[in-house]
Design a protein around this ligand. Structure first.
Ligand code: HEM
Length: 390
């Protein structure tokens, strides 16, 4: 929650980003920041909090005026410490999922539960309650996944030992976790307003790679003279589904696979190493095929089905929060605002990302391809049930 007092200037600005943006004074506040040394930041928690605070300030600084009046340079009093802290953590100098979601929460009652009503953000961005809902609901999806993540080493251990019942049990735990993750994701509809997400918040999560409104990237002054490009924050940077894909042997098509692999560079390095470790473990899918055990095959298929169901539900969410508002925005631009009505937030949304995710992907074709590849892994075990090697 807190950094040593020396870093208070960052914390003060990060805590007031939304207010400063609405007054159009965040950029001038950043220009007045002292250039702070980062040597005294030592512990992992301090570094993560510093990265979060600096990333929130950076997103606000870049997007303060929306797509109009964009900056090309991040000033050195922000860029240099942000770069240094990022280097120490092995994270990119931009807001990542590990910042906005994983590091950005506290319990209001420290003895209370991890219930959404007992959680608050440390730092927010423009969009009020919907920002809170967006980050915290995503956190709840992560939380729901925890038993499933813990079962992954169990499953791998079972494969090593040739123990069908251990693998079976671990797969059931993972299936239950996927059900709970989907239930948690449903809360997005209760806590986030699609017009605010699309019209206000989304730009602040956007990056400067594959983004038509910042085609050259961003210069981190005092770090490097050449502009650098980084993708914006996205739950594609969460390690959860990467872990499950590797465990279940789901391989993605070349282009979507390349995007997902690139997103691993936006994870804390130990998350990335955990995924790589799973990918190097003996194949669970081959084990299931070899055993030809009906209940094991069922448990495996159950897991894949739930992963498909999660991805299907996520496609619904994306449609509600991006595709539908984007269509409305296009319509509003074509017809002009409806007479007698307030100007619509959606109509004022930035246009550059209409067809793209904040991570920079072409959204629906990407998500459907990823979902279809998940389905495909199911076909192989059910058609070769006699235990041949795939
Ligand atoms: C309003 C809520 C959400 C929206 C609008 C949304 C949107 C998107 C978009 C546009 C992508 C494409 C990649 C990119 O360019 O960033 C994506 C990918 C992804 N999102 Fe979300 N997302 C939301 C919530 C979540 C949550 C809560 C999770 C779970 C932690 C999640 C997990 C993923 C994953 C894993 C991918 C990579 C594709 C895959 O593996 O299926 N998203 N999301």
């Amino acid at each position: 929650r807190e950094l040593p007092p020396y870093f208070q200037p960052w914390m003060d600005i990060a805590g007031r980003v939304s207010e400063l943006i609405s007054e159009h004074s965040l950029r001038s506040s950043v220009h007045e920041l002292p250039l702070l040394e980062t040597d005294s930041l030592q512990s992992h928690r301090e570094l993560r909090l510093a990265h979060l605070a600096l990333s929130i300030i950076t997103m606000g600084y870049v997007w303060q005026e929306g797509e109009a009046d964009l900056v090309k340079v991040l000033p050195q009093n922000l860029a240099i410490p942000f770069w240094e802290v990022s280097q120490k953590l092995g994270l990119p100098p931009i807001l990542t999922h590990a910042d906005g979601v994983l590091a950005n929460w506290r319990k209001t009652d420290p003895d209370g539960s991890m219930d959404i009503e007992n959680l608050e953000l440390l730092f927010s961005l423009p969009g009020g309650k919907s920002v809170r809902g967006f980050f915290l609901v995503t956190l709840l999806v992560e939380l729901a996944a925890v038993p499933g993540l813990k079962a992954i080493p169990e499953a791998i251990g079972g494969v090593y030992d040739g123990d069908v019942s251990v693998v079976n049990k671990a797969l059931d735990v993972i299936s239950q976790a996927l059900d709970s993750m989907k239930e948690a994701l449903k809360l997005m509809h209760d806590y986030v307003d699609p017009s605010i997400f699309y019209g206000v918040m989304r730009i602040f999560l956007s990056g400067w790679k594959d983004n038509p409104s910042m085609p050259d990237g961003l210069v981190y002054e005092g770090v490097q003279a050449e502009p650098m490009e980084f993708s914006g924050g996205s739950a594609a940077q969460s390690s959860l589904l990467h872990c499950l894909d590797e465990l279940l042997g789901i391989k993605h098509e070349e282009k979507s696979g390349a995007f997902l692999t690139r997103m691993r560079g936006y994870m804390p390095p130990f998350h990335k190493r955990f995924i790589e470790h799973i990918s190097r473990s003996p194949s669970l899918r081959d084990f299931v095929l070899k055993q030809g055990d009906e209940s094991l095959t069922e448990a495996f298929e159950g897991c894949v089905d739930r992963l498909v169901a999660f991805r299907n539900f996520h496609i619904n969410v994306v449609s509600r929060f991006i595709t539908i508002p984007a269509a409305r925005a296009r319509q509003l631009r074509a017809n002009g605002p409806e007479s007698g009505k307030e100007p619509d937030l959606v109509g004022k949304a930035p246009t550059a990302l209409e067809e793209r995710g904040t991570g920079g992907s072409g959204i629906m074709s990407f998500l459907k391809e990823v979902r279809n590849q998940t389905k495909n892994v199911l076909k192989t075990p059910s058609t070769t049930k006699n235990g041949n090697d795939p």
